[in-house]
Design a protein around this ligand. Sequence first.
Ligand code: NAD
Ligand code: MG
Length: 396
Amino acid sequence: MTVRNITVLGSTGSIGVSTLDVIRRHPDRYRAFALCAHSQIDKLFEQCVEFKPNFAVLRDAALAAQLAKRCRTAGLQTEVRYGVEALVEVSALPEADSVMAAIVGAAGLEPTLAAARAGKRVMLANKEVLVMAGELFMHAVREHGARLLPVDSEHNAIFQSLPADFSRGMAACGVQKILLTASGGPFRNVALSDLEQVTPEQACAHPNWVMGRKISVDSATMMNKGLEVIEASWLFDAPPEMIQVVVHPQSVIHSAVQYVDGSVLAQLGNPDMRTPIAYAMAWPERIAAGVEPLDLFKIARLDFQAPDFERFRCLQLAYDVLRAGGTAPAILNAANEVAVAEFLEGRLSFLGIARLNDQVLQSLPAGPEGSLADVLAADAEARRLATRLIRERTFA
Ligand code: NAD
Ligand code: MG
């Protein structure tokens, strides 16, 4: 068996670490070719010592110089690079056939697009890529023969529950609805009046999943589910009406597909991202992922609820921008990244996140998605406005 080289974008994050754990379990099949991270130099150095990648990429020059020195002293051959251009170049190198896209937020767009344009197997965790530039990205995948495999647990479950030739169209495959499950986050049953006081620590304490801080806050506002509705729409070419969010607090059913004959096919499992990661890495085969087998007797029951669009305004905003199209999703995504960062810094209240997102959307007209430059311009403008609104406290 040939060993496949994998580039991991965001290797020091939650998905990155889980990816390296699956690679570690299968040295006969996979090798970490390049490891890319923002600034956690100690963690990246440890990963370099263990996985001996050809490349390590950091955000800035000073940290990269430090890492390069440590790698040399440790006798490693790893070439250390820095910056967005390096990320883009490394993502397209021919030696790696797969790229795990696990950077958080808009920062992952350019390298992930580069991987698609280089025709890689793109394992996509970084959902913001599809939210910002779904049309461009899906076009690049088709044009350059990339193989797109969803890592987001819901989308991976939908992918597993669809026929292999689903690209001929949802209706042609007899699909009636995509049932996108959501845990409802930590505040599903908290009184609305108490939500204003929520702290970052409370918002990041997800009941079922351990994740990075941005996606944890997005789960608490259900913005995450909204971004996932948009992600599903692009991945499976499904209109918004076909995507039904189902609140399922146990996070055992990771999502399901409802067919015209009354069948519902679902994928179940323990909430451990190594399952969808391993599936994306090995597809169409399956490999061990180190995940506990599901014990249905221990789980005993599964519950379901309709989503509450009043409580979770961000979910409604996501459906709105999906219907509006063009740069509207990129504007919402950018406003939300600013809002979440400000909330985590204690400068914006929890309910302020949805209010700010709404205000930015109302103030900025969306244009056509167009080119990457158009998307990045819409993203930058939304960030500027969101930052100004927070500083001036001019949003309701
Ligand atoms: P995280 O915060 O734990 O990790 C983010 C990673 O991205 C880190 O390695 C960080 O160094 C890197 N990074 C951030 N900014 C960067 C930049 N400008 N340049 C280079 N690298 C940068 O996040 P996470 O929870 O692992 O999530 C990663 C992505 O996967 C997100 O888009 C998230 O929505 C998605 N996702 C995560 C989970 C999960 O269980 N954690 C599940 C589904 C989808
Ligand atoms: Mg998900």
